[in-house]
Design a protein around this ligand. Structure first.
Ligand code: NAD
Length: 257
């Protein structure tokens, strides 16, 4: 499969799954736009490294996905957006009656509202180009709930709903919109949850990983960023042209239960 000549914008792509997706799309030939809210030298260096490795154009654009105007500016500054991957996300774990309101607002803004703004800005570009792919990185938590993750589960279910609506609105165009629902992938976001989970459950690290985090992942293995990247590249391929409005789980069997 070749994505040569296509431009992919991947939100939240200076680490973890977003970076894995950007690497996979670049390896498939796409020019990529990396994004985060940080604008560090390292962010630009990552783009240069991807460009060198894959022989494509890669750029880093700073934009804060908690702000609607930044989301839209990211797409405008990219100049082209054939493939939009809405990946930026954060997490906070707390019981709902103790859930800080500012954390709730940030999770809803970054994990859900950003996809509305970027999609709204990108669709006219895809229509003008005559081809487009919108891929939302949701979660097994877009399909199932867990205690202590109210904002995250709410946002991810919202993203799965938005995926279906965008698919229906673009159904008769050469544009598809799907959501990938990973189970646990060992990234900085998951790593950061381990101390909280250890405290909440009063367990050591290994026990919390096996019995709490991977308790619902029957494979007992974390998914990898390369697997999520490969799934994203597949959704961009011609084989996936009639796949739209659906979710693809990459969760070691979690949602089979
Ligand atoms: P991560 O912390 O490694 O990456 C999150 C990315 O989002 C980073 O690049 C970060 O810079 C970016 N980001 C955060 N706030 C931002 C903001 N305000 N503006 C712009 N960028 C911002 O986490 P990850 O595990 O790679 O998560 C990526 C996505 O995958 C998230 O949407 C997450 O919910 C989803 N996901 C992760 C897992 C998992 O197990 N890791 C499972 C299911 C879904």
């Amino acid at each position: 499969m070749s994505l040569t000549g296509k431009t992919a914008v991947v939100t939240g792509s200076n680490s973890g799954i977003g970076l894995g997706i950007a690497r996979s799309l670049a390896q498939a030939g796409a020019n990529v736009v990396l994004n985060s809210f940080t604008d560090r030298e390292d962010d630009h260096a990552l783009a240069a490294e991807i460009a060198d490795d894959a022989g494509v154009t890669a750029r880093y654009i700073r934009a804060d996905m908690s702000k609607g105007e930044d989301c839209r500016a990211l797409i405008e500054q990219a100049g082209a957006c054939d493939i939009l991957v809405n990946n930026a996300g954060i997490q906070h774990v707390a019981a709902i009656d103790a859930f800080p309101a500012d954390k709730w607002d940030a999770i809803i803004a970054i994990n859900m509202n950003s996809a509305f703004h970027t999609t709204a800005a990108a669709l006219p570009m895809m229509r003008a180009a005559g081809w487009g792919r919108v891929i939302n990185v949701a979660s097994a938590h877009g399909l199932r709930a867990s205690p202590f993750k109210s904002a995250y589960v709410t946002a991810k279910h919202g993203v799965v709903g938005m995926t279906k609506v965008v698919a229906l609105e673009t159904a008769q165009e050469p544009i598809t919109c799907n959501a990938i629902c990973p189970g646990y992938v060992l990234t900085p976001l998951v790593e950061a949850q381990i101390p909280d989970q250890m405290k909440t459950h009063n367990m050591d690290r290994d026990t919390v990983v096996r019995e709490v985090m991977l308790a619902r992942q029957p494979s007992k293995e974390f998914a990898t960023v390369e697997q999520i990247g490969g799934t994203t590249a597949f959704l961009c391929s011609d084989a996936a042209a009639q796949i739209t409005g659906t979710t693809i789980s990459v969760d070691g069997g979690w949602t089979a239960m």
